[in-house]
Design a binder for this molecule. Sequence first.
Ligand SMILES: NC(=O)c1ccc[n+]([C@@H]2O[C@H](COP(=O)([O-])OP(=O)(O)OC[C@H]3O[C@@H](n4cnc5c(N)ncnc54)[C@H](O)[C@@H]3O)[C@@H](O)[C@H]2O)c1
Ligand SMILES: O=c1ccn([C@@H]2O[C@H](COP(=O)(O)OP(=O)(O)O[C@H]3O[C@H](CO)[C@H](O)[C@H](O)[C@H]3O)[C@@H](O)[C@H]2O)c(=O)[nH]1
Length: 332
Amino acid sequence: MSILVTGGAGYIGSHTVRKLTDIGYNVIVYDSLEKSHKESVKDIPLIVGNILDEQLLDSTMKKYNIQSVIHFAAYSLVGESMAEPEKYYVNNVCGTVNLLKVMLNNNIKRIVFSSTAAVYGEPQEIPITENSPKNPTNVYGKTKLMIEEILKDYDLAYGLKYISLRYFNACGADESGEIGEDHTPETHLMPLVLQSALGKLPEIRIFGTDYPTPDGTCIRDYIHVNDLAEAHILALEKLLADGQSAVYNLGNGNGFSVREVIRAAEEVVGKPIKVVEGERRPGDPAVLVASAEKIKRELGWQPKYQGLKEIIETAWKWHQLHPNGYNTNENF
Ligand SMILES: NC(=O)c1ccc[n+]([C@@H]2O[C@H](COP(=O)([O-])OP(=O)(O)OC[C@H]3O[C@@H](n4cnc5c(N)ncnc54)[C@H](O)[C@@H]3O)[C@@H](O)[C@H]2O)c1
Ligand SMILES: O=c1ccn([C@@H]2O[C@H](COP(=O)(O)OP(=O)(O)O[C@H]3O[C@H](CO)[C@H](O)[C@H](O)[C@H]3O)[C@@H](O)[C@H]2O)c(=O)[nH]1
């Protein structure tokens, strides 16, 4: 069983690739490396290429006799998506349409797709279920919702079976400390807090302290990257078993505020982290918390990591072992 993993060298992709190979799947990573590092998928066959490259995709699928695809490749910076929408529509939407075309030409009809909580926009109910209204407030979220709609139409017309996984806030690192989150630029809260703890950043800035939440800061649902990886395996196995398409939220159902994240990080690293209170970041909803009951009920998914500290401990191990991420040449 050969699986093509697009974006497999990225943060969530590399953790999923590791779990897949651990249980014996034959994995081929297909990644432009534009946003990632080949060191994250050492010892795994890696094709360096773009999902917009029809010929390379086609020859890769034929050469490795690919039977299913897990599709992580995308741009995912919310602010950038508003400033450069074309870049996002081309890479995420056109790239996916191209990937699906080559899959169908090769009679490959199973795909697990990385969607996002950003498809919901400003939530009207908490926790958010898969049926909650979908009104993305940024171009990034719109590209993901468009792809979900395309997948639905391709299922009806061509029998392509898909599972869209709407992740909430991915965080943490593999327990080994060998792979973890290394984005340039980094925009996510948890790695920035830990980079501040390491002294790589002077401070962590809280984006808004006047939200209608108990401590005034935004609440998010933080889900460990290896729990996400497990969900991809369950989704793939569902497609292999009954072939029915589905959409699932992936969060752990617990909301934590920005201040709670910083406090938990201080406990893990054992020292205070310098905090600056700043303005709100445009487009941030006050509260995003998932209901993941559907995937628990239907696929038996159960996140191992529930609390913040245990998640942060795994990320802290990665950051301590790799203060410069995968770039070992930089002086620390
Ligand atoms: N990190 C999160 O909290 C989060 C939340 C919701 C959804 N997602 C989605 O999950 C997926 C993975 O996210 P991540 O945080 O691991 O991101 P990432 O940037 O670390 O990984 C994405 C990978 O895709 C590759 N890529 C991008 N465009 C490509 C193209 N045209 N052709 C080939 N490769 C390409 C990049 O080089 C990178 O390796 C993305 O689709 C993202 O939108 C992430
Ligand atoms: O330096 C920082 C960085 C973030 N935050 C705050 O921390 C929270 C989490 O922010 P992240 O940037 O880590 O994550 P987001 O919730 O913005 O985004 C995540 O969830 C989105 C869905 O809503 C998308 O899927 C996106 O890809 C994914 O990273 C937010 O309230 C944000 O305002 C800060 O206070 N300071």
